[in-house]
Every structure is written in C-alpha cells, then in structure tokens.
Design a protein around this ligand. Structure first.
Ligand SMILES: Cc1cc2nc3c(=O)[nH]c(=O)nc-3n(C[C@H](O)[C@H](O)[C@H](O)COP(=O)(O)OP(=O)(O)OC[C@H]3O[C@@H](n4cnc5c(N)ncnc54)[C@H](O)[C@@H]3O)c2cc1C
Length: 403
C-alpha cells in the first residue's frame, strides 16, 4: 500500500516512521528545500508524546537537546521589582514527564529515526488529488497513492485542496503571536526573561543548541487585524505598534526587526473541523486540529495523532475508511480538550486587565515557591484541567507489523 504524506515537520515524520514500521510504502513531500533548521521555536512534549518518542528510540536525543530553561524573570508593567519563577516547578505542575525542545531539533530527531526507509521529496508540493488517488506535484511526475495525508500545518495545502470551503472553519482566539531571531548576547542560557503588561507579553530565551536567541511576542486584539500573510513590513509595523512604550529592553528587541534573519507572525487561531477525513485523504497534527499555536500543546497532540493514525491503519490492515473512522473517534476527546484548554490559555497568558496581569505573575511565583510534590499533588486533583496533555489515553499499538 502506498501512502503519501505532505509535510516534514513533526506529525509527518512521526507518521512516516510508524507506517514504515507497519510495512507501508511511504513518500513524504515537503515544500521547503530541506528539513527546516531556522526560525523554529521552543515546543513542549508531554507524557504521551514522550512515551511515543521512547518507543521510536529517539528519547535520549530529544532529552539531550532540551532547551534547559530553569528560571523565568517577569517584569510586570508598573511594578518596581521583578518576580522570579522556578520554571521546573511550573512545568512540574502541568506534567510529570515533559521536555521543552526547539521545534527544528525535534523535527530532525523524528526525521532521522525513519529516513532510510522513507522516500522524501523536498522542494515540492501537491497541486491536485483526484478521488482515485492520482496526485500531481509542482515538480515531480504525477503518481497514484492509496492514501494521502496532510501533515502540512495550520495553513495546510492538502486541507485547502480537499476540503474546499470547510478548510477555513476557524475561531480567532483574540490574539497574535510573533517570533523574532535576535543575537544570542541579548539572552542568557537557562534563563527566560519576560515583560508582562495588559494585553501584551514579550519574552526572550536562548538555549545551548541555538546560535541565536528568540523573542516571542503575544498581544491581544479584539478584532482580526488586516494584513496580507506575505506583507512582512505591515506585520512588523503592527507588532511595533502593539509594543510601543512597553520598556527600553523591549524597544531594544524591536530594533532587531530590521535585521532579523527569521520572523514569524500569525494570529492565534483555532481550527474547528469536526471531521478531518474525506475519501482516501485525511489530516494529521496542526493541519487537522490545531488548537492554536503556542497555547494548546499542539506539538504533543501532533505526535499523539500521528501515532494513533498509523496504529489504526495497521489495525485495519489498510482499510483506510475503517481506520480513519477509528482515528477520528480516538482523537475526538483529546482534540476537544485541547481546544478548550487553548481558549482558556489564550486569555490567561495575555491578561486583558491589570488584575489579570497581577494574578498571572503572582500565580506563577506562588507555584514556584511550593514544594514540587505539593504542586504535583494539587495539579493531579484536576486531570481534566492543567494535566490535560499528560492524561491523554491511547491504545497500545504493536511496534511492528505482526508485533
Ligand atoms: C510561534 C509558534 C510557537 C509555538 N509554540 C509552541 C509551544 O510552546 N508548545 C507547543 O507544543 N507547540 C507550539 N507551537 C506549535 C507547534 O509548532 C506545532 O503544533 C507543531 O509544529 C505541529 O506540527 P505539524 O508537523 O503538524 O505542523 P508544522 O510544524 O506546521 O509543519 C508543517 C510542515 O508542512 C510543510 N508544508 C507546508 N505547506 C506545504 C506544502 N504545500 N507542501 C508540502 N509541505 C508543506 C511546512 O514546511 C512544514 O514543514 C508553536 C507554533 C508556533 C507557530
């Protein structure tokens, strides 16, 4: 059985790895000319994604490449003194098995785990998919596949091609997100530093595997802003407007806007498809069920979804209609819970009032002051809340075909 996957970031390589383990013939097409190694950001892996990575044999590499951030200093607008937060305690409250790693490093670990048995077509993109599985590409010769999977992110090409109008069913979560690459000398390893104000947050961090530092900006907006997704100058103007006058340090970061080699800007938007399969085509990861970038644990959900989809295809012996139905059933609850979590996180991470700003800074400080055992015990009381990602249940699929 021949399976085509569009996208080689997180969900694509994880899915490809498991499908080849189950004996399928897998091709991955990626628009970028090679595996992307610039401009990524730090992402989180929670318990189920850690366990799946362990089964793939890549957990030691992933742990070795962890960002290692242990301390966060928060400057609250209007406050005289900063708050110091123990990041390990904060994370410990949300997860008992977690790692933070740069997205590009994670992608490479998954890619390397399976690349020898997978055909990768870099620098290409799908242009059409017929109901019979005939696929045309921008560059490669057209071919026929039994199954096509879109693992090509929030703005998925496969989703647009196959789902038409439904592809755009989204909910704006009231905020924007930007990431800027700045000189490493502006940050310190192991220590994040953030400025927190009403409706806006700016935070810098770096990590041992990085040659630069990254500044993440989050800001609120009641209305969706008007700009073209390719109009980077306008996006930079919008960002500058949102952070004007926050703090001289933030102004210094914004000076890098004209020099930065990597800039990312997008709305915090949640995909709201109720079903993400049509005929022989399905979606995985952010392409199918992005709860919102940076607010909904979407990396873990992507790894989890890729593992479940491959497992269900193997269980159904390639009967893809049966497998897709089982995959969607298995993902229903994790996706709904991640969406709910993301909607709350988008509000809490960027508070809309001075009281909210105070509560966020104070809450983080309090958690970091409690003994880890206590924060874990308190968090464990609400597995449906803060422990949403650790508590996702999945079936124990075999590690190889017939295994
Ligand atoms: C700024 C930012 C901050 C984030 N922070 C966090 C965080 O703190 N924690 C967390 O868990 N998650 C975070 N995320 C989300 C995380 O990056 C994604 O959930 C995760 O990368 C999803 O993986 P994916 O493989 O499904 O999609 P993506 O990582 O989006 O990858 C899609 C792939 O498809 C390729 N592609 C796109 N179009 C085509 C095409 N036409 N043809 C072929 N290939 C194509 C792209 O080049 C890319 O390689 C953040 C995301 C962003 C943008």
């Amino acid at each position: 059985m021949r399976i085509l996957i569009s996208g080689a970031s997180i969900s694509g390589p994880v899915l490809a790895y498991w499908l080849t383990r189950y004996g399928y013939d897998v091709t991955v097409v990626e628009r970028a000319p090679q595996l992307r190694k610039t401009g990524g950001h730090a992402v989180d892996l929670f318990r189920p994604a850690m366990e799946i990575s362990e089964r793939m044999g890549v957990l030691p590499q992933i742990e070795a490449l962890a960002t290692g951030t242990t301390e966060l200093t928060i400057y609250r607008e209007g406050a005289r003194r900063p708050s110091h937060v123990d990041v390990t305690k904060l994370v410990g409250a949300a997860s008992d098995r977690h790692v933070e790693i740069m997205r590009d490093d994670l992608s490479e670990a998954y890619y390397c785990a399976g690349k020898d048995d997978i055909e990768y077509l870099f620098g290409d993109s799908i242009t059409a998919i017929s109901p019979d599985g005939d696929v045309t590409f921008e560059h490669a010769e057209s071919r026929r596949f039994d199954v096509v999977v879109g693992a090509d992110g929030l703005h998925s090409n496969v989703r647009r091609l196959v789902f038409g109008e439904d592809a755009g069913r989204t909910q704006f979560l009231g905020g924007y997100l930007a990431v800027l690459s700045v000189p490493k000398t502006l940050a310190r390893e192991r220590q994040s530093l953030g400025h927190l104000g009403v409706g806006r947050v700016a935070m810098i961090y770096t990590a041992q595997p990085l040659d630069d530092a990254r500044v993440v900006f989050l800001f609120r907006s009641k209305e969706e802003l008007h700009y073209h997704y390719r109009d980077v100058l306008r996006q930079k103007e919008l960002l500058q407007g949102a952070f004007a006058g926050m703090h001289p340090r933030v102004d210094r970061w914004l000076e890098e806007l004209n020099l930065t080699p990597a800039f990312y800007f997008d709305s915090i938007t949640q995909l709201q498809l109720n079903t993400w399969s049509r005929g022989r085509v399905t979606l995985v990861g952010d392409a199918g069920y992005c709860p919102g970038p940076a607010v909904g644990g979407s990396t873990s959900l992507s790894v989890f979804g890729a593992y479940v989809l491959a497992g269900e295809l193997a269980q159904a012996n390639g009967d893809y209609l049966r497998a897709f139905a089982a995959y969607e059933r298995q993902m229903d609850e994790p996706v709904r819970r991640s969406r709910a979590f993301a909607r709350t996180a988008a509000k809490r991470l960027v508070p809309g009032s001075a009281a909210g700003v105070w509560a966020l800074a104070r809450g983080a400080q309090l958690i970091s002051a409690l003994p880890t055992s206590l924060t874990r015990a308190l968090a464990g009381l609400s597995a449906r809340g803060v422990r949403v990602f650790d508590s996702m249940q999945y079936r124990d699929y075999p590690t190889t075909v017939g295994g």
